[in-house]
Design a protein around this ligand. Structure first.
Ligand code: CA
Length: 222
């Protein structure tokens, strides 16, 4: 999943980005309001973490601008302690949730997972597809009783397919949501990782969950 973090405190930004990347997220950064607005409007992301106090343009203005443009990407606002007015204004402007600074990183993670679930059709932290179980909090994956060990990239791919279960996702969707910008779109990197996943998830099972939809992409179906 790809996230946009709009935060002008560079140290905090670096810590959050590193922590999120360790969890398998792709993280784009904007350090001021204008850059944040540009990126929110021009790059596909799955959720936006938006600080309110920013240089050049504040977070609430960014939020109201993107909502007016019809961009429905889930937004988690970062607010200063006790800034009740900001919280109310944020929710009224179209934020999906807010988090008060300073916050525990584990809480940020839980709120991001909650936003990502809200966006899609998946409502539970444990996504079930047939006899496949994906725990999006712990990243544990099981097929039947069998635990499956996945690399960070394999997990990110599986999770993206799982959030979109029973829907076709194209190679472009996959590249845009789980790889860095510099990934060569023409490369067969997606097919390679799909094969890795198939070997770990479907190979020994009668029911194949990862399906190739010719000319369209892939679907996790169950
Ligand atoms: Ca700030």
């Amino acid at each position: 999943m790809r996230l946009l973090l709009v935060e002008d405190e560079k140290d905090l930004c670096a810590i959050i980005k590193q922590g999120l990347e360790e969890e398998g997220y792709i993280v784009e950064i904007a350090h001021d309001g204008e850059e944040g607005l540009y990126m929110a409007g021009n790059f596909p992301v799955d959720a936006i973490i938006l600080d309110i106090m920013l240089p050049f343009m504040d977070g609430l203005t960014i939020l109201s601008t993107i909502r007016k443009k019809g961009i429905t990407t889930p937004v988690l606002l970062l607010t200063a302690r006790d800034a009740i007015v900001d919280k109310i204004a944020g929710l009224d402007t179209g934020a999906d949730d807010y988090l008060t600074k300073p916050f525990a990183f584990t809480e940020l993670l839980a709120r991001i997972r909650s936003l990502l679930r809200r966006k899609g059709t998946v409502k539970e932290a444990v996504i079930v597809i047939g006899d496949l179980e994906i725990n999006t909090a712990s990243h544990e994956v099981k097929r039947g009783e069998q635990a499956i060990n996945l690399s960070a990239k394999e997990y990110a791919l599986l999770e993206y397919l799982a959030y979109n279960k029973n829907k076709v996702v194209s190679r472009t969707d996959i590249v845009e949501h789980i790889y860095h910008e510099e990934t060569d779109m023409d490369s067969n990197v997606v097919d390679v990782y799909i094969n890795y996943l198939r070997n770990k998830i479907d190979k020994d099972c009668h029911t194949k969950l990862i399906q190739t939809i010719r000319g369209a992409g892939y679907m996790l179906k169950g």
